[in-house]
Design a protein around this ligand. Structure first.
Ligand code: CA
Length: 335
């Protein structure tokens, strides 16, 4: 019996027994993927036979479905999350990466207004400066999530579409690239749409390569921030003290992932004061986090919000901010 017949029988039986989603031999037979192929042919002029061949190569990965169901940001407290990214080795390697690419960091700051330590912290948190860019085939990750993860299938279907267009633009083979379980790629873990929209050729060699080229990666992360509203010399976050009179108000006032609407003055009135003086008119959100020594309070400013545009998590943004300060401090003492 052919593999096709066996898997077809298995899927019929699985469906008949009601044990869950029917399993398809590969994505060339999956009905959603079939519709996707038709759309790619009609909307973007891809070759139908080539698209079907790629879909036949794509493999559903259960490990990806398990991984997306439990991202670290949603299951860990700040006390648990922080040490993952603030290890001394990650700081040391940040300094090394800075020293290795000084010119690119200076040019990125001049061009986009984003300081080196922030770009470094992003690349450090995302991939340990390009060391861990992911072991999943991007094609498998995006097809699995586009066609077998209903909660976010519209998002991943769009990213899969962008991935094929990116591959065509870059004259690359869609089977050849690896990334995270979500299909994020390269030093800065860009999704395909971000790659197409924000990645730049920062060393001027005619290629936009954030998979292997650290200089392009540096410029691309800085450009991403600039395009998402980063303010040159703007604040990110400052630790705050809460008096006994702290008026907490509604729970949803805290840890917001939105542009700040209140100001330092508003928080001051409610009993929350930054540890060093700031203009009272500065727009700020407030964070209350479970830290090593009990509850920690922070005021988070516009540029903090911009960091959450990279990854929608206040723990992520605060880890980036703290790593950036650690790297800058270490750089100042070594150079
Ligand atoms: Ca380049």
């Amino acid at each position: 019996m052919s593999r096709f017949l066996v898997t077809t029988l298995v899927s019929v039986l699985t469906a008949a027994l009601g044990t869950g989603v029917p399993a398809y031999a590969d994505y060339s037979q999956h009905p959603e993927a079939t519709r996707f192929v038709t759309d790619m042919v009609e909307q973007h002029d891809f070759d139908a036979g080539q698209m079907r061949a790629w879909m036949a190569e794509a493999e559903r990965q259960d490990s990806i479905l398990e991984a997306i169901a439990r991202p670290a940001e949603r299951t860990r407290t700040w006390a648990e999350y922080r040490p993952i990214f603030l290890q001394p080795l990650r700081v040391t390697r940040g300094v090394e990466f800075w020293q290795a690419h000084r010119e690119a960091f200076e040019r990125a700051q001049a061009t986009y207004g984003v300081p080196p330590e922030v770009i470094l912290a992003i690349i450090g948190v995302e991939t340990n400066y390009g060391r861990t860019t992911g072991n999943h085939r991007v094609l498998d990750a995006l097809t699995t999530l586009a066609f077998d993860y209903p909660p976010r299938s519209p998002f991943f279907r769009r990213e899969l579409e962008q991935y094929f267009i990116l591959m065509r633009e870059q004259k690359q083979n869609p089977l050849a690239f690896k990334g995270s379980y979500a299909g994020a790629m390269g030093f800065g873990q860009f999704m395909p749409s971000s790659y197409r929209n924000y990645a730049v050729d920062f060393d001027g060699d005619g290629l936009v390569d954030i998979w292997n080229n650290p200089v392009d990666a540096i410029g691309s992360v800085a450009n991403y921030f600039a395009e998402h509203g980063w303010r040159r010399d703007g604040l990110v976050a400052v630790r705050a003290r809460a008096g006994a009179s702290l008026q907490r108000g509604a729970k949803e006032d805290w840890n917001r992932i939105k542009p700040p609407e209140r100001t330092v003055k508003d928080w001051h009135k409610r009993g929350l004061v930054p540890i060093f003086p700031l203009p009272e008119s500065t727009p700020a959100n407030a964070l209350a986090l479970e830290g090593d020594f009990g509850e920690e309070f922070w005021l988070a400013f516009h540029n903090f919000y911009v960091i959450t545009r990279y990854n929608r998590s206040h723990l992520y943004a605060l880890a980036v901010q703290q790593l950036s300060i650690a790297i800058k401090t270490a750089m100042e003492t070594t150079s």
